[in-house]
Design a protein around this ligand. Structure first.
Ligand SMILES: Cc1cc2nc3c(=O)[nH]c(=O)nc-3n(C[C@H](O)[C@H](O)[C@H](O)COP(=O)(O)OP(=O)(O)OC[C@H]3O[C@@H](n4cnc5c(N)ncnc54)[C@H](O)[C@@H]3O)c2cc1C
Length: 427
């Protein structure tokens, strides 16, 4: 593939070597566990992560910095390699080959998506204040949209967190939960309602909030299946948190539009990283079945096992192709090529919905088959597969559940049919 002909293939090779030589031994020593919910549970009042977790992130990022691989996606002016979306596809997949690879390279969620949002939507001053330390790994960030029922979830319009106008700024009040990395976040990007009522399609504003601001409380951890995302996921309370006027990201009342800037690319980079991990799961299964014998032959030579292996290969190849095709759509949109229903071309939102739905389910299938092929070891701590199985399951829910995406994919298809545009998309 001709992605980013200038630097990407060489960069992918360096990332691959770095992950195999430096990151995987650390991942194996920690059994793939970055966030220790059991430790955080003892520390609810303090609202901080365990020191070991922080030290681990810093050590991984120091190693990546020394190797010249920190935040490779960013423009050269921000210390990166200026990767296109297509260039990111192979670099992020190589990093995702270890559960700790993305954290090491500073391309993990939510930081990577937040950096993208700041690049696209922030003012020069806001970028200097927040993107600079994020790019170097000096701070870590969170993105706070989801709320406990009846607030924003699959339907962001249900947004209940409010930001009221006060002298010189805004006062934010409301609860957010499942907020990844909030315990350690120097920057929290918050979506709050500045006008209208829950259920309205507009009236949201995005705020850049200093994580140390008075009025932000980490109420508790929300324990989930995964343990590979830094600082876990928290229930965060904004209790009259005051922010200045220059904390507004983009325009007041246009926060849903600003969120769209982040969502499509962030979904796709999640696909890239999880594809890397699915590839690793498949390799672990191959290592087992190529040697392990049963009924007079290697398990990998038995028909039903071969079917699992072949289906893994097919899911890996199809996911990779779909991710790259979607990356090309995102690159074209950024280059100003007309996209969308009226242009008769896929738009980034619908293309990334299709990719996200397929890849989230494909990586789940790949990891699950790999567990099955590995027998008892697959569900034990002897291999990292049981950890991977837990890590990939939530991906069918966050960044839009499979059902939400299918719903919007189908709605678009019907609209395109009604406009007589379906044939144009097959070019
Ligand atoms: C590990 C993890 C990390 C997360 N990190 C963050 C974060 O950092 N920041 C943040 O803001 N949020 C985060 N989230 C929250 C995530 O975005 C939400 O869980 C997701 O948007 C779904 O919202 P909900 O949980 O409220 O589910 P609900 O809105 O209650 O939906 C429940 C289910 O309803 C079904 N459903 C929804 N829409 C439709 C439809 N149109 N048709 C048919 N069925 C449908 C789906 O199966 C869905 O899973 C995270 C979640 C997890 C699990």
């Amino acid at each position: 593939m001709g992605d980013d002909a200038t630097t990407t293939p060489e960069l992918v090779g360096r990332v691959r070597d770095f992950v195999r030589e430096v990151v995987i031994p650390i991942e194996e020593a920690h059994l793939g566990v970055l966030h220790r919910p059991d430790l955080a549970a003892h520390d609810l009042a303090g609202g901080r992560v365990d020191d070991g977790e922080r030290a681990l992130r810093l050590a991984l990022q120091d190693a990546a910095r020394d190797a010249g691989l920190l935040a490779p996606h960013l423009p050269i002016a921000w210390g990166g390699h200026g990767l296109t979306h297509l260039g990111r596809a192979s670099v992020f997949e190589a990093a995702g080959y270890s559960l700790f690879g993305a954290v090491a390279l500073n391309i993990a969620a939510p930081d990577e998506g937040n950096m993208h949002l700041l690049l696209e939507a922030a003012s020069a001053e806001q970028r200097e204040r927040w993107l600079r330390p994020l790019a170097t790994g000096d701070i870590h960030s969170a993105f706070a949209m989801t709320e406990p029922p009846p607030g924003a979830g699959s339907d962001p319009r249900a947004l209940t967190t409010r930001a009221e106008r006060v002298d010189g700024g805004w006062r934010i009040t409301g609860d957010k939960w499942f907020i990844t990395g909030a315990r350690e976040a120097g920057l929290v990007i918050v979506l709050a309602r500045t006008s209208g009522e829950p259920g309205d399609a507009g009236g949201a504003t995005m705020f850049l909030v200093d994580g140390a601001s008075p009025g932000i409380e980490i109420v508790r951890d929300v324990h989930t299946l995964d343990a590979g995302l830094y600082a876990g996921h928290s229930l965060v309370r904004f209790d009259g948190c005051l922010v200045p006027d220059d904390a507004v990201l983009g325009e007041v009342d246009h926060g849903f539009e600003a969120a769209q800037v982040r969502l499509a690319p962030a979904r796709l980079t999640h696909c890239m990283r999880w594809l890397g991990l699915a590839g690793r799961a498949h390799d672990l299964a191959l290592a087992h079945v190529a040697e392990r014998r049963a009924f007079g032959s290697a398990i990998g030579d038995l028909g039903l096992a071969q079917q699992h292996l072949a289906d893994n290969e097919i899911d890996l190849a199809a996911s990779r192709a779909l991710i790259r095709e979607t990356a090309r759509v995102l690159d074209a949109a950024e280059a100003g090529t007309p996209t969308g229903i009226d242009a008769g071309a896929p738009d980034p939102g619908s293309a990334s919905s299709v990719a996200k739905t397929f890849v989230a389910e494909a990586v789940g299938r790949i990891v699950d088959r790999s567990v099955q092929l590995s027998g008892g070891q697959g569900v034990s701590d002897e291999l990292l597969l049981s950890r991977y199985w837990r890590e990939v399951r939530p991906f069918r829910i966050y960044d839009g559940s499979s059902e939400t995406h299918r719903w919007s994919i189908a709605k678009r298809a019907v609209r395109q049919h009604r406009k007589g545009l379906r044939h144009d998309l097959a070019q």
